[in-house]
Ligand binder design. Structure first.
Ligand SMILES: [Zn+2]
Length: 188
């Protein structure tokens, strides 16, 4: 079985397999650089919701929609190991508890820094918030562009992929959904 230590060796093998000379000057340190970058881009595997959100749950009487929009998303698609990137918009209606504001972008990062498909990323963020603070509802929308479409010349290469997960009040109440949509379209 391969361990993280074997990464440079495998990256070198990939360089050879695509017809490169891994010993030429420009590529000499590439296996180590790719190893470092891959570890960073997949560090979400080493994080979990509990330690990430710990001690950042606050009890408040506020029960209006909380919305954090335009959160940068950088992830890797699990089908091609190519980046997809864009924005996430996250909203919830508290039911006694709120999350520390900085925690939502960190939650997005944790799931994004794993191999992903955009649909699952959207669901995972929403479900983590449900689990953490049991809100009245959660809405997550991600708008992203995928390099596996853009660079590989797949049709509609400039199109934005939009995914959404609506749970609780965001699913059942039309007004809540509309409020969410209006708020994310508003320019700050
Ligand atoms: Zn892909």
């Amino acid at each position: 079985m391969s361990t993280p230590k074997d990464l440079p060796k495998h990256i070198k093998a990939i360089l050879t397999a695509i017809g490169e000379d891994p010993n030429r000057e420009g590529l000499k340190r590439t296996p180590e650089r790719v190893e470092k970058s891959l570890k960073f881009l997949t560090q979400g595997y080493k994080q979990n919701i509990k330690t990430l959100l710990n001690e950042a749950l606050f009890t408040v009487p506020y029960d209006e929609m909380v919305i954090i929009k335009d959160i940068d998303v950088y992830s890797l698609c699990e089908h091609h190991l190519l980046p997809f990137f864009g924005k996430a918009h996250v909203a919830y209606i508290p039911n006694g508890k709120v999350l520390g504001l900085s925690k939502v972008p960190r939650l997005v990062d944790m799931f994004a820094r794993r191999l992903q498909v955009q649909e699952r990323l959207t669901v995972e963020i929403a479900e983590a918030i449900i689990e953490a603070i049991k809100p009245r509802g959660v809405g997550v929308i991600i708008e992203a562009m995928h390099f596996c479409m853009i660079m590989r010349g797949v049709e509609k290469q400039n199109s934005m992929i939009i995914t959404s997960t609506l749970l609780g009040a965001f699913r059942t109440r039309q007004e809540t959904r509309s409020e969410f949509m209006t708020l994310i379209r508003q320019k700050a």
